[in-house]
Write a protein that binds this ligand. Structure first.
Ligand code: SAM
Length: 332
């Protein structure tokens, strides 16, 4: 019998599931989450660890190789290490990663490593306390920097550090982040600001395109292009021509969409599958899980959902409509 796999109607295979473990976050990044009057999901709507494990086992059985835990802020979900330990034991899973804001990571990096986590990506949009505070509405830059250092001390590979570049906020720091990559050995990835923002204030003027970021870096350091790990990797990657440690990644979903090679599926904290960050529909897997459906039935639901995956986002089309959920409520 041929083992079914997750493949969409454009022959793209799904290899990567991003699992949001909570919609809650301890930061209030102005573009991602409101500062007040937030309506969090009711606790009982959030998938339990048993439900997340079941979905993960089913997707790995359908060919998914990589799981990434995200949120909200995944470190605020109680006993995340317990979930990681259980996920890390799934046979056939090659990579278990975490995306975090890094706050408090200093205390937990060792436990996350011991639990079986393979890699950590840390979001950090500024290396200046004041700007960091303006963006995140939290005064925790030092804790994030300590977290980055702690990942390496705990034996993780050099972290990816994700920086969303927003004109007039932190675009003056591109070269400083580049120096940070060279000093720490991290891979700093500059991400284009996407129209997924809280308050729907996004405006193309705020976007700093990948090309412009590269130009700014090369005013200080010459780069050489390096191969991506896989064709579906979102970042164009560069090393420093003078052989310094660290890498640079450019993620340009707006000016250089990579939908054609997309291998991703997302699971929201409240148990909805999303086939694209910009989907206007959720596919509720929670009700299938809570109805007590068999693994085969859950697998069938996933296969059918993936067949509905969009060809690509339509950010650059005149009919683009911004989805109601921001990254924090989807799982970035
Ligand atoms: N709390 C975790 C963190 O900070 O990494 C995980 C969730 S957060 C939503 C994941 C990533 O999405 C962060 O790097 C954040 O900067 C990014 N993000 C959120 N909204 C975005 C937008 N409109 N455009 C580009 N990146 C965005």
């Amino acid at each position: 019998m041929i083992q079914p796999v997750l493949q969409d109607s454009f022959a793209r295979k799904i290899k990567d599931l991003r699992i949001s473990v909570t919609d809650r976050c301890n930061f209030r990044c102005f573009y991602c989450i409101p500062d007040e009057d937030i309506v969090w999901k009711q606790k009982e709507t959030l998938l339990t660890y048993d439900e997340i494990i079941l979905v993960s086992e089913v997707v790995v059985g359908l060919g998914v190789e990589k799981l990434r835990l995200t949120g909200g802020e995944p470190l605020v979900r109680k006993d995340l290490e317990v979930l990681i330990e259980r996920l890390s034991k799934i046979r056939g899973l090659y990579d278990l990663a975490l995306t975090t804001n890094g706050d408090g990571l200093k205390m937990r990096a060792g436990a996350l490593r011991s639990a079986g986590l393979n890699r950590i990506t840390i979001s950090c949009d500024s290396l200046k306390s004041e700007t960091f505070k303006n963006i995140t509405r939290r005064d925790t830059l030092q804790s994030v920097l300590d977290g980055i250092e702690a990942t390496m001390a705990a034996g993780f590979p050099p972290p990816k550090v994700n920086c969303v570049v927003i004109r007039g906020m932190n675009d003056g720091e591109v070269a400083d982040f580049t120096d940070f990559a060279r000093a720490t050995g991290a891979c700093v990835r500059f991400i284009e600001y996407m129209p997924l923002d809280n308050g729907h204030q996004w405006d193309r003027q705020m976007l700093v395109g990948g090309r412009e970021v590269l130009r700014r870096i090369e005013e200080r350091h010459k780069l050489v292009s390096i191969d991506r790990d896989s064709p579906s990797e979102t970042a164009l990657k560069y090393a420093f021509a003078d052989g310094a440690p660290g890498e640079i990644g450019i993620i340009a979903p707006v000016t250089r969409p990579f939908c054609g090679a997309c291998s991703r599926l997302r699971l929201t904290a409240d148990g909805n599958l999303r086939t694209c960050l910009f989907s206007m529909v959720d596919h509720n897997i929670r009700e299938h899980l809570r109805r007590g459906e068999t693994r085969d039935q859950i697998a069938r639901f996933m296969i059918d959902t993936v067949l509905k995956k969009e060809a690509g986002h339509r950010i650059n089309e005149p009919d683009f409509i911004q989805p109601p959920r921001t990254m924090s409520f989807i799982g970035g």
